[in-house]
Design a protein around this ligand. Structure first.
Ligand SMILES: [Zn+2]
Length: 365
C-alpha cells in the first residue's frame, strides 16, 4: 500500500505556509514584536492565529476519503502532527521569547527569557485520540484541541519566565482576564495573583477558552502581594475532568531537571547568570544554592584558604565553584568573616571581585 503520510504532510505544510504568509493579523503582530511593543496579549493573539491556520490546513487536506480504511492510524498521525504542531511551537516561542525580552528590558531586568519545552505529551495524546476511529467522526480533535495546544504554549512561556523571575527574587504578578464571558470556572479564576501565591490553574485552559493570561515583569518589581481567596475542591475536580488530554502533571519535573532545562535553554551556565545578576542570590539559602550548583553540574569544592580550608559545608565550612574559565563563586560563613557576616564572593576576569550579602546586595569593601 502506498504510504500517504509524506504527501499529506507536504500539502498541509504548503497550505499552512501560504495562509501564514498571507495573514494580515500575523503581519500586524510581527510589526508589534519588531517594534518592541508586543505583550503577552499579542503573543496570545498570535497563538490563536497560527492555531487557526493550522486547523484550516488540516481541514483542507484530511478526510476519511484520503486515509487508509478511512482512519488516521497512529503512525500517520504522528508523522503529520509532530512536525506541524512542533512548527507552531517554534513560531509561538519565537514570539514569546521576543515579547519576554522586550518586557525584561523595559523593566530593567537583565535576565534572558526562558523558553518552555515542547509538550510532546499533548501531541501524542492528540495523535492517540484521532487514530482510534473513522477519521470523519473524530476530525474535531484536530480543531479546538490544536488551538488549545497553541495557546497553551503562551501560557507555558509565561509560567516558565514568571517562575524563573520569582526564583531570582522578583514577585511576578500574573493577570488572568475573562474573555467573552467564558464560563463560571474561568470567572472564578480571573484576577491578579502575585508569586508565591499563584493558583496552579491560572495557567490552565479548557477547550474553547479564549481568556488571556498576562505577565509584565515591571509589575513584579513592586512589593505588593494581592492574595486572593479562590479554588475549592469542587472547582479543582471540575477542572480535572475538563482539562485536555495529555497535559503534564504539575510536578512531573524535579527541581534538578528544571534547573538543567532552564540552564540549557538560557544558553548560559547557572553560575554565569548569578555573576551577571547577583540579585538571584536572594532566592537561595547557601544550602539551596550549593544544591542548585551541584544539580547544574558544577563541582562544588571546599574553600582552599583560611580557617575554612578543606572544611566541608556540612561541617560548617564554605564552598566554591569555578565557572566560565576564570570565574569563581564562593560562599563564606559568618564566623571569621572579614566582611561583616556571611557573604558570597564572585570574581571574574571581566567584572573583578565583588562581595555580596546573602540577599544579593553588594557590600562596600
Ligand atoms: Zn476561559
Amino acid at each position: 500500500m502506498e504510504d500517504i503520510a509524506p504527501g499529506l504532510l507536504k500539502k498541509i505544510q504548503d497550505d499552512f505556509q501560504s495562509e501564514f504568509d498571507k495573514s494580515r493579523r500575523i503581519e500586524e503582530l510581527y510589526a508589534k514584536v519588531r517594534g518592541g511593543t508586543a505583550t503577552y496579549r499579542e503573543a496570545n493573539d498570535f497563538a490563536i492565529e497560527v492555531g487557526e491556520i493550522l486547523v484550516k490546513a488540516y481541514k483542507n487536506n484530511l478526510s476519511s476519503d484520503v486515509l487508509p480504511d478511512g482512519r488516521m492510524y497512529y503512525n500517520i498521525a504522528q508523522r503529520i502532527l509532530n512536525p506541524t504542531m512542533a512548527n507552531n511551537y517554534f513560531l509561538i516561542t519565537d514570539v514569546t521569547y521576543q515579547v519576554q525580552q522586550a518586557l525584561n528590558e523595559s523593566a530593567g531586568i537583565g535576565i534572558k527569557p526562558v523558553t518552555p519545552e515542547l509538550n510532546q505529551d499533548r501531541i501524542d495524546g492528540i495523535s492517540g485520540r484521532v487514530s482510534v476511529e473513522n477519521y470523519d467522526d473524530v476530525a474535531w480533535i484536530l480543531e479546538e484541541p490544536v488551538k488549545n495546544f497553541s495557546q497553551s504554549i503562551v501560557d507555558d512561556s509565561i509560567r516558565a519566565n514568571a517562575e524563573f523571575h520569582a526564583k531570582a527574587g522578583l514577585q511576578p504578578k500574573i493577570v488572568r482576564r475573562l474573555q467573552g464571558g467564558c464560563c463560571d470556572w474561568c470567572r472564578a479564576l480571573a484576577g491578579t495573583y502575585s508569586y508565591p501565591d499563584i493558583p496552579k490553574d491560572v495557567y490552565r485552559r479548557h477547550e474553547r477558552c479564549r481568556c488571556t493570561v498576562e505577565y509584565n515583569p515591571r509589575d513584579g518589581k513592586i512589593q505588593n502581594v494581592h492574595s486572593k481567596e479562590w479554588r475549592n475542591e469542587e472547582e479543582s475536580d471540575k477542572m480535572e475532568t475538563r482539562k485536555s488530554i495529555g497535559i503534564k502533571t504539575e510536578d512531573a519535573e524535579t527541581p534538578a531537571e528544571k534547573e538543567r532545562r532552564i540552564q540549557g535553554e538560557n544558553g548560559l551556565g547557572f553560575a554565569d547568570k548569578i555573576a551577571s545578576h547577583p540579585k538571584m542570590l536572594s532566592a537561595y539559602t547557601p544550602k539551596g544554592l550549593k544544591a542548585s550548583l551541584e544539580n547544574a553540574g558544577y563541582e562544588v569544592k571546599t574553600l582552599s584558604r583560611g580557617r575554612y580550608m578543606g572544611i566541608a559545608f556540612e561541617d560548617g565550612g564554605g564552598f566554591k565553584v569555578n565557572f566560565g574559565g576564570d570565574g569563581i563563586l564562593q560562599y563564606h560563613p559568618e564566623k571569621g568573616s572579614h566582611h561583616g557576616g556571611a557573604y558570597y564572593k564572585i570574581s571574574t576576569g571581566k567584572g573583578g571581585t565583588k562581595h555580596y550579602e546573602l540577599d544579593g546586595t553588594e557590600k562596600d569593601d
